[in-house]
Design a protein around this ligand. Structure first.
Ligand code: ADP
Length: 500
């Protein structure tokens, strides 16, 4: 089967990313968008674009039946779900298949197995994959669970079986807190994921998060495309990723790659997927979960392997066999990605919204920017606050870090607080440079005061003069329809320039 027309059931940078590969393959594209995304660049980039509903996700990007009906109306052959939204929803994958459309992703069975953390652990335990010590069933008996927690040893982590996105996790330091935390975790899991099942795991203090990219075709071939190191996290969520890891030995890399392929085999996997591991200081690794979709951080793997993962996903969905074997794959150089979020690193990384008054991404050798916005656009409050991903590639880790610092210095974003200065702090930190950092990096080393002011004194003077003129102009000519939010932002903005 040859895909001629593809609908992208997603938005922003990932929709744009998918459209680009599809176009290179001669596939026509359909973008869907909510009313909040009307002006987004991906909407213009696609061959056709359809408004799918109002801004809230439940009425637009998560509205399965409307999306499938749109695909049928426009005679689409395949739907790519991107990441987030419906990408790991087995019901959606099944409904797409039932409508006679190709779902660009694994089978509904693989999604259902791996989408549930406990089912996933059960499925892979038969294949001798090391698991974090913990319970293998949802907890129903509090006394028994308390006994197991004692055997495992505190601290322990309570996790929601249906959890994701760093949500639904609670660390318990000692037995006295166990019962209260369990009850809280179960009720949180029920309200957030509609499933109260929770289980416990040993809390590994100061681990690394290292994951392996896999690709499998529909003919039983599965390969891995090496690792990504994703230990720089805030709120259990990644913000800096790189490939390869600066600390893995060749031997462990091989073992983790083999383990990831076995995990994929455990659910007859096809498509692109990621097997996540937690790695302790002695480089013992334990299976965490498998993500059955394209990952946000996939570009670092593309840069070190030279493979276009979206293209591979589309070829696999068409039923083509992989055109390369494990032996054909090699690591070339080093790649780092930072996520540029509209968040305030000086205030606990709280999401920020507003208008991108200035937006100028960096350019030049070895730089890739996957973004979804343009200067003058609003960052909507309804979705994930990621503005862009900045990815660099160079021949080794040290050079890639220097290139990333150069690129961050070139990036110009004003009007919205963002994570650029924080990521520069990471790049310059001795522990990051040593590659020996863990998921505790932010907690152990980062203080808001550590950040460099984001503007040079010359820029501040120029911007202050600009805002001053603008305000004078408003007094003379009256407002040029600024909303109250805009006015508030501008006066905050003025304060930031004069006091920042
Ligand atoms: P989610 O699906 O919500 O992203 P994960 O199971 O992938 O949850 O875990 C997210 C992050 O939480 C990991 O990258 C790691 O930083 C931390 N984490 C998860 N399990 C453990 C554990 N057993 N011990 C220590 N940290 C953990």
């Amino acid at each position: 089967m040859h895909i001629k027309k593809l609908l992208i059931a997603n938005r922003g940078e990932i929709a744009q990313r998918i459209i680009r590969s599809a176009r290179e393959m001669g596939i026509r594209t359909v973008a869907i968008y909510s009313e909040a995304d009307r002006k987004a660049p991906y909407v213009r980039l696609a061959d056709e674009a359809i408004c799918i509903g109002p801004p809230p996700s439940a009425q637009s990007y998560l509205h399965m039946d409307r999306i499938i009906q749109t695909a049928l109306d426009l005679h689409v052959d395949a739907i790519h779900p991107g990441y987030g939204f419906l990408s790991e929803n087995a019901t959606f994958a099944q409904k797409v298949a039932d409508a006679g459309i190709i779902f660009v992703g694994p089978s509904p069975h693989a999604i259902a197995t791996m989408g549930d953390k406990l089912k996933a652990k059960q499925a892979v335990s038969r294949y001798g994959i090391p698991l974090v010590p913990g319970t293998e069933e949802p907890i129903t008996d509090m006394l028994k669970a308390k006994q197991i927690a004692l055997e495992i040893g505190y601290p322990i982590l309570i996790k929601a079986s249906a959890g994701g996105g760093g949500k639904g996790m609670r660390i318990v330091e000692n037995a006295d807190d166990f019962e209260a935390q369990m009850k809280r975790a179960a009720s949180e899991a029920l309200s957030a994921f509609g499933d109260p099942s929770v289980f416990i795991e040993k809390y590994i203090t100061s681990p690394k998060h290292i994951e392996i990219q896999v690709l499998g075709d529909q003919h039983g071939h599965i390969v891995h495309l090496f690792e990504r190191e994703c230990s720089i996290q805030r709120r259990h969520q990644k913000v800096v990723e790189e490939a390869p890891s600066g600390t893995l030995t060749e031997d462990i890399r091989l073992k983790m790659g083999e383990a990831a392929v076995k995990v994929a085999k455990a659910c007859d996997y096809y498509g692109a997927g990621t097997v996540e591991f937690i790695v302790d200081k002695d480089l013992n690794f334990y299976f965490l979960e498998m993500n059955t979709r394209l990952q946000v951080e996939h570009p670092v793997t593309e840069l070190i392997t030279g493979k276009d993962l979206v293209r591979e996903q589309l070829l696999i969905a068409e039923g083509k066999p992989l055109s390369f074997t494990q032996a054909d794959l090699q690591i070339r150089g080093h790649a780092i990605e930072i996520r540029v979020y509209a968040e305030d690193p000086e205030n606990n990384f709280l999401p920020d919204t507003g208008t991108l008054i200035t937006y100028r991404p960096p350019m030049g050798p070895g730089i890739r920017v996957d973004d979804g916005f343009e200067e003058g656009m609003e960052i909507p409050v309804f979705y994930d606050p990621m503005i862009a991903k900045l990815i660099v590639h160079d021949e080794n880790r040290e050079k890639a870090i220097l290139r990333m610092i150069r690129a961050i210095n070139e990036y110009r974003i004003t009007g919205v607080k963002n994570t650029l200065a924080f990521c520069k702090f990471v790049m310059e930190h001795t522990e990051f440079r040593s590659a020996a950092f863990t998921t505790k990096f932010v907690e152990n080393h980062y203080l808001p005061e550590s950040l460099e002011p984001s503007f040079s004194s010359v820029e501040k003077k120029a911007l202050a003069a600009f805002v001053g003129c603008w305000m004078d102009d408003q007094k003379i000519n009256g407002p040029s329809h600024p909303s109250t939010a805009d006015q508030k932002k501008r006066s905050q903005w003025k304060n930031r320039i004069t006091h920042g």
